[in-house]
Ligand binder design. Structure first.
Ligand code: ADP
Ligand code: MG
Ligand code: MG
Length: 327
């Protein structure tokens, strides 16, 4: 006792959700923080086992294998599918959780990565997209149905949702400062130990991991980035990346190099980053004009320009002077 308490920290790293998950918790009581850290990791494992299309027993895999029959799923899965369908509608299908067969066919980021032929891509699109996915609630239970041959994949939204769930839980347990980093999907609690907003780098799309083109100053929010540099493979001099255009079944030919969204809602931020990247500049700008509350930073593929929405102007700082900012 006695004297000013200096903040204590607990930090951990694990491979989860197909990426490196880093948690850093700040508070007064180290034992409490260590316990919260372990509980948070267990929660990630539990949620991954529900949402992952790569785990055979997950809710998502069971729906994908059900051949068009209704499947009972947990409430968190039903909620996330409903949110996914709403965002798919809002983005005109640029974000589409029914992209699973396309994702599996290309295998990008796995040892089975390859360029499929046209008939294979047509077959992968045959399920017809998110409009054919149904959710039903009955007697307090939730059921999901996807047509035979249509596979769900929540890879573009699940990390955001897991971040939101962890954040809610840590806050309600009394954790007053945290960085929840799910492979670059960041959610924050409170401010940094020095009392100022967390200062977070935005990954430079063409430089090594950890090299930033700008920073954002954020308390209590979340910061999510999507870009084609995250996962890709090269064949005959062509680069094929992991963000697909649901309209074509090919990696999206975007004139953007990355999209970052800073928002209290990490689930929405994650899904919208992916969607805006797929849309490309013109469609993304139209979407952002209709959603003026969104704080977004878009790097143009021309290589020298960054677009910053009015809501992001206050929190974004350009650090790479090779870029110019356009609002
Ligand atoms: P990251 O996984 O690098 O965070 P995203 O959040 O953009 O990147 O999600 C990309 C993942 O989402 C892909 O690996 C794939 O599983 C899935 N996906 C790819 N394209 C789409 C799309 N247009 N809509 C929804 N999900 C997609
Ligand atoms: Mg995403
Ligand atoms: Mg993501």
């Amino acid at each position: 006792g006695g004297g000013a308490e200096s903040p204590r920290e607990a930090a951990g790293e694990n491979f989860r959700l197909g990426t490196y998950v880093r948690l850093r918790l700040v508070g007064d009581d180290k034992k409490f923080l260590e316990k919260e850290l372990a509980a948070a990791d267990a929660e990630i494992v539990r949620l991954e086992a529900l949402f992952s299309a790569n785990i055979a027993s997950s809710d998502i895999s069971r729906v994908n294998r059900a051949g068009g029959e209704w499947v009972k799923v947990g409430p968190e899965t039903a909620d996330l599918i409903k949110r996914s369908l709403a965002i798919a509608a809002e983005t005109d299908g640029a974000f589409d959780p029914a992209i699973g067969r396309v994702v599996r066919l290309w295998g990008i980021g796995t040892s089975a990565a390859r360029v499929p032929d046209e008939p294979e891509i047509r077959a992968a699109l045959r399920g017809g997209g998110y409009k054919n996915v149904k959710v039903r609630e009955e007697d307090g239970e939730s059921y999901v149905k996807a047509p035979d041959g249509l596979w769900l994949d929540l890879g573009a939204i699940a990390k955001g949702r897991v971040a939101d769930i962890l954040k809610e839980r840590l806050v309600s347990d009394g954790v007053r400062g945290a960085i929840i980093d799910l492979g670059g999907n960041l959610a924050l609690i409170g401010s940094s130990p020095d009392g100022r907003p967390w200062r977070l780098g935005l990954q430079h799309p063409h430089k090594q991991r950890g090299e930033y083109f700008g920073v954002v100053n954020v308390s209590d929010g979340s910061v999510v980035t999507s870009g084609p540099y995250e996962r890709f493979f090269e064949r005959d001099g062509v680069r094929y990346h992991h963000i697909f255009d649901p309209a074509t079944g090919y990696p999206a030919k975007s004139d953007l190099d990355s999209v970052s969204i800073i928002d209290a809602d990490s689930t929405r931020a994650d899904a919208l980053c992916t969607a805006l990247f797929v849309m490309g500049r013109a469609r993304a700008e139209k979407f952002l004009e209709k959603n003026t509350d969104l704080a977004a930073v878009l790097v143009l593929a021309s290589g020298d320009k960054v677009l910053v929405t009015p809501a992001a102007r206050e929190i974004f700082e350009l650090t790479d002077k090779k870029f110019t900012v356009e609002v």
